[in-house]
Design a protein around this ligand. Structure first.
Ligand SMILES: [Zn+2]
Ligand SMILES: [Zn+2]
Length: 339
């Protein structure tokens, strides 16, 4: 099968023929139809996340926003059969036994496997997955549309689920790329007022297209949010920028909530007095659980929730990563194996 391999950190991915894997107990073999290209793939490929380097044994096939069809099942698989459409997210295995799994906090599992990090991911024609962690895709959704829900959509869904948005809330979305586009739509579906902030005009235009009530260039945000009537109850930061976090903090009304999703490597610096004076609560959110994915997929199947998608063949993967780095992709780049 054809796959894009990370053979050395900081090097472009190598397109090679590799052997098709065989599913073990509890596993399925997926024919990958679509796999979204996430900022995390870029950080990992460039070797920017030290902790992950130690978890990985190269070569590895990256890609953790996977949608495909089951083409073979291993022993002891009862829940899925050939032909089923399923997707796989960042955590493709959690143990169900550790203290976190037992407390229903599977995203903190101590024995997890990570798609495209500790095991091969979706930038290849076939991929192994654990049947227990493959989530069914409703037939109303195309696999290309479903793929971005497994990381980009799921991550913001999980974050926004930690606050109660309704028609009296004002949500500020900082960074309206692959993740932020979903945050804008989820905010509007909840009936909230949504303000989008970004440095890139094309991303602001996308936010407007998806229903943002106001779009604000990042350079003008400080003055824009000065007025109490314009301040947000919830600020969700999808951008990988410490500056965005500091701006987002200032965009909030007193007692607002800052949702932490984007992962800049620079430290964020607030004093205890900043928190005490503002009453702002910091709420971090880590990817998405299987239950949240089921909810989100079902919501997408019966609503207008969609990703702006740029479909690319696997051969274009390095180009996609480069453009992600430059910030010139509006929406999500998705490797489509049918292109
Ligand atoms: Zn991701
Ligand atoms: Zn566990």
């Amino acid at each position: 099968m054809k796959a894009a391999l990370l053979k050395a950190f900081g090097e472009p991915l190598a397109l090679e023929e590799v052997r098709e894997p065989v599913p073990g107990a509890g596993q399925i073999l997926l024919q990958v139809n679509a796999c979204g290209v996430c900022h995390s793939d870029l950080h990992i490929a460039r070797g920017e996340w030290e902790r992950f380097k130690n978890l990985m044994s190269l070569p590895v096939i990256l890609g953790h926003e996977v949608a495909g069809r089951v083409v073979a099942v291993g022993p002891e698989v009862e829940e899925l059969c050939e032909g089923d459409a399923v997707g796989v997210a960042w955590f493709c295995y959690t143990c169900g036994r550790c203290p976190y799994c037992r407390r229903d906090l599977e995203v903190f599992c101590e024995n997890s496997e990570i798609t495209g990090v500790t095991v091969n991911g979706g930038f290849g024609e076939y991929m192994l997955a654990w049947a227990s962690h493959a989530v069914r895709i409703p037939r109303e959704l195309s696999l290309v549309q479903a793929a971005p829900l497994f990381c980009a959509g799921g991550t913001v869904y999980s974050a926004l689920r930690k606050v109660k948005l309704d028609n009296s809330s004002h949500l500020a979305v900082w960074g309206t790329g692959g993740l932020g586009q979903f945050a804008v739509q989820l905010g509007k579906l909840a009936g909230s007022r949504v303000t989008a902030v970004d440095t890139v005009d094309a991303k602001l235009a996308l936010a407007r297209e998806f229903g943002a009530d106001d779009v604000v260039p990042a350079g003008e945000a400080e003055t824009w949010f000065e007025d109490f009537e314009r301040q947000a109850d919830v600020a969700l930061v999808c951008a990988n920028s410490a500056q965005a976090y500091h701006g987002a903090f200032r965009s909030l009304r007193k007692t607002g909530v800052l949702l932490v999703v984007g992962l800049p490597s620079d430290p964020l610096t607030w004093t205890a007095a900043d928190f005490v004076r503002s009453g702002v609560r910091i709420v971090p959110s880590r990817v998405v659980t299987r239950q949240e994915l089921r909810e989100l997929l079902s919501l997408a199947a019966r609503s207008t929730l969609r990703s702006r998608v740029e479909r690319l063949p696997l051969e274009e993967i390095n180009n996609a990563l480069e453009r992600l780095h430059e910030g010139t992709i509006a929406g999500r780049a998705v490797i489509d194996f049918a292109v």
